[in-house]
Ligand binder design. Structure first.
Ligand code: C2E
Ligand code: CA
Ligand code: CA
Length: 758
């Protein structure tokens, strides 16, 4: 592009230069014409001098003394004439060439040029070419001017006047302009007649003093030509024929560079001007081309980046032309695309899709940096949702996203993964710095947020996976999700790096999941029962059914973690049905002997949310024909609080079926008792953690006391879980807790192994 501009400029420059030079050359011709005018006029001057002499000679030849042809009187006459004229000498000759000169000598001129021309050829007059006098030795050449003597129309002799060429020297010497030129005269043979350089004599011809290529340059009456002088200077010669001579030429020689001084300076001026304009033109063209091409290149770069997935690029809008406008509309378009495709409407940050495209782009553009994919999930987000409803949850996510954004550096992004999960791409080459940053992030989240006038603290679970260049970003996301799950499992508020250990855990979970599928068919599941003891009657009032898995390898695994796996792999509804059926059969058998004893069973959230759940319950009740009042469902506080409206409905239907409802793990959730009062529940089960700490911490004791008081005020029965000591039992009794459950009474056992005293 640039080189094209330069080439065009140079062509234009030389084109202009050529046409200007053509114009200037025309001016040169004008100048030469002026020189020709000068040579013409000078040649005429020389001619006038000669004609003057001719007229003089003519007058003499026509005088009566000469026409008398009487030499005696002619001698004196001629002698007297030359005394005060510029005629050096005169010669009088008769028709036979017998002549007399004013030097007083008789000579024969019958073989001389002028005799032939005048007597034989009958010319009226002739001027000889210059020559050196054969009679005198002198520097100055002479010329003879001869005229016929006619008597009665008959040529009877001739008169010859000799003049030196000095008058011509005078004329040529006067032709010197600016001291840079000189004039000279040559005769018809090309011999020098007059030359300012006295060393150049008439013996020399013009071609002795100039170097000229080609034949005789003096071909025309007047003209000009260039030659090199003896000093090799380039000269211009302008010549004109001197009238009334036999072709003499008057020549003005002038050095070429002086001949056209003005023109040369004009030419130089034009050259410089053109050259400067060329430079300016090229510079201007370059600047202009740059001012256009540079924004175009930038715009193209922006387009390319956008195409590759970097949606954070921005085209330059500052350019004040179509390119700037293109930039504006591009930015608009990109924004639209971003909004429609890549912006999460809740948090206003990117969504998963934008994360994929942007992170790929960023990683590709910073190949030497180490990147980490971080999945962050808010612990117990459902609790937050149930606390203030959907809008409150959304507002929390928005604030959460804003907070994360403040922690990001250049080339780092955050996007909403799904639900309460955010996904980050962090660039950190120093692992220690990364750990520090994550721990700052955890701490920042724990600082109180004010959302819709409510103070909340967030606890987050972080999964971090180093992005390996050979992996896809999806693989890194998968790894970091696994790490996040681990963090969740550890109770949250922790960041876990993905590593081999996690993989083993996942493998284990997958194995358990597979085995669990066959648990019912292989008859590996069974229930154990833990008595619930009434503190008033000091008797067992019922049992809680707890699931066990008799598996050759996994029987020692905690049942709650097995249940988690069952929930996550969608097996919980099926297992839950089995538990319900089994417990109901057991209850039926139990009630045959002990009609007042109840059995409580745990219903997980996943089960509860299953759309067939209520229907299943109805069927089992119909099928087993149990005393419905002795069946109790334990629902954890957090699952009851999740999706309150829907749950409330289901709970009421269960209640209508005659089933008792317990809130399990009470105190671990965030719900207030007052809030729970609208639930159709019968019991609360205080989580065993409070019971355990109750004897050590007075604040926990206070908590237990408050929970019992509040439950009483709502006419709810209180059951304390995990009672292991008599001390605990006594405290609970004094606090008027209704029932206790725990190792103090009995560990969970098979029904057949329990000694029931009722
Ligand atoms: P949970 O409903 O809170 O059950 C009470 C847990 O406390 C039982 O653990 C029981 O063995 C334990 N426990 C009872 N007394 C004491 C005590 O004095 N000290 C201590 N340290 N622990 C005591 P388990 O059987 O391991 O069950 C754990 C959890 O698994 C249950 O907690 C429940 O959430 C879940 N689970 C068990 N069986 C089922 C089931 O059939 N369905 C569902 N959905 N969940 C079940
Ligand atoms: Ca329970
Ligand atoms: Ca419990």
């Amino acid at each position: 592009m640039i080189s094209l501009i330069v080439v065009v400029c140079v062509i234009v420059f030389f084109g202009l230069n050529y046409s200007i030079e053509q114009k200037l050359n025309e001016l040169k011709n004008h100048t030469i014409t002026q020189y020709l005018d000068i040579t013409d006029s000078r040649a005429n001057e020389v001619s006038k001098e000669l004609v003057g002499i001719i007229n003089q000679v003519r007058m003499i030849s026509k005088s009566t003394i000469i026409q008398s042809m009487d030499l005696n009187i002619i001698k004196d006459y001629l002698k007297s004439l030359i005394e005060d004229s510029n005629i050096r000498s005169m010669t009088f000759s008769d028709i036979n060439g017998k002549a007399w000169t004013t030097y007083d000598s008789d000579i024969d001129i019958s073989n001389q040029e002028q005799y032939k021309s005048i007597i034989i050829d009958q010319k009226e007059w002739i001027i000889s070419n210059p020559f050196h006098s054969p009679y005198f030795f002198e520097d100055i050449p002479i010329i003879t001017i001869s005229h016929q003597i006619k008597v009665n129309d008959e040529i009877v002799g001739l008169l010859n006047a000799v003049v030196t060429t000095e008058f011509m020297n005078k004329i040529t010497e006067s032709i010197q302009f600016k001291n840079l030129s000189f004039a000279w005269i040559i005769d018809s043979n090309g011999k020098i007649v007059s030359h300012p350089n006295k060393s150049i004599s008439i013996d020399q011809s013009y071609n002795n003093i100039l170097q000229y290529e080609g034949s005789n340059p003096f071909t025309y009456n007047s003209g000009s030509f260039n030659y090199l002088d003896e000093n090799n200077r380039s000269m211009l010669a302008v010549y004109s024929t001197i009238p009334n001579t036999s072709g003499w030429k008057l020549i003005i020689s002038i050095e070429n560079r002086n001949a056209f001084t003005e023109l040369t300076s004009v030419m130089n001026y034009v050259d410089y001007a053109l050259l400067i304009s060329l430079v300016i033109l090229i510079l201007f063209a370059l600047v202009y081309a740059n001012s256009i091409s540079e924004p175009i290149l930038r715009l193209r770069h922006v387009f390319e980046r956008a195409e590759k997935g970097d949606l954070n690029v921005k085209a330059d809008e500052s350019v004040k032309n179509e390119i700037g406008l293109a930039g504006v509309s591009f930015n608009h378009m990109l924004q639209e695309i971003k909004n429609l495709t890549y912006i999460d409407p809740v948090t206003q940050i990117g969504n998963y899709r934008s994360y994929l495209s942007e992170s790929n782009f960023i990683i590709q553009s910073n190949k030497n940096d180490t990147y980490y994919v971080v999945v962050i999930s808010i612990d117990d987000f459902k609790k937050i949702n149930s606390l203030g409803g959907y809008g409150f949850g959304n507002e929390t996510l928005k604030k959460f996203a804003e907070l994360i954004q403040t922690q990001l550096h250049e080339d780092e992004i955050v996007a909403r993964y799904f639900g309460d999960e955010m996904i980050l791409l962090l660039k950190e080459n120093d692992l220690e710095v990364l750990r520090e940053r994550i721990s700052v992030l955890l701490k920042e989240c724990q600082r109180p947020f004010i959302i819709m006038d409510i103070d909340i603290h967030l606890s987050i679970s972080c999964g971090i996976a180093k992005h390996i260049s050979t992996d896809t970003i999806e693989m890194s996301i998968h790894n970091s999700t696994i790490a996040k799950l681990k963090a969740k499992k550890m109770g949250g508020n922790v960041a876990i790096f993905y590593g081999d250990g996690i993989n083993q855990e996942i493998k284990l979970e997958q194995d358990i999941e597979k085995e669990l599928y066959h648990a019912i068919d292989r008859n590996e599941l069974y229930l154990v029962y833990q008595p619930i003891f009434d503190l008033k009657s000091m008797k067992i009032s019922g049992f809680e059914a707890l699931l066990r898995w008799n598996h050759p390898i996994y029987n020692s695994h905690r049942i709650d973690s097995i249940i988690k796996i069952a929930e996550n792999s969608g097996q919980m509804p099926k297992i839950g049905r089995w538990v319900m059926k089994e417990a109901c059969y057991q209850l039926k058998a139990l009630n045959e002997t002990f009609p007042d004893l109840s059995i409580a069973l745990n219903v997980s959230m996943v089960q509860f949310n299953d759309s067939y759940f209520i229907k299943n319950v109805e069927e089992i009740l119909k099928y087993t024909k149990i005393n419905r009042n002795n069946l109790i469902f334990e629902i954890t506080e957090s699952s009851a609080m999740n999706n309150v409206d829907e749950n409330l409905n289901d709970l009421r239907r269960l209640k209508d079926l005659g089933i008792g409802l317990s809130i399990d793990d009470f105190g671990t959730g965030y719900s207030s008792l007052a809030y729970l009062s609208q639930f159709p529940i019968d019991h609360i089960k205080i989580d065993r953690n409070f019971i355990r700490k109750m004897t050590e911490e007075s604040s926990d004791l206070m908590l237990v006391k408050t929970m019992i008081t509040l439950a009483k005020s709502l006419h709810l029965e209180v059951i304390a879980e995990g009672v292991e000591s008599l001390e605990e039992m006594n405290i609970l009794k004094s606090l008027e807790c209704d029932k206790i459950q725990g190792y103090l009474i009995s560990k969970p056992k098979r029904m057949k192994d329990l000694e029931i005293v009722s």
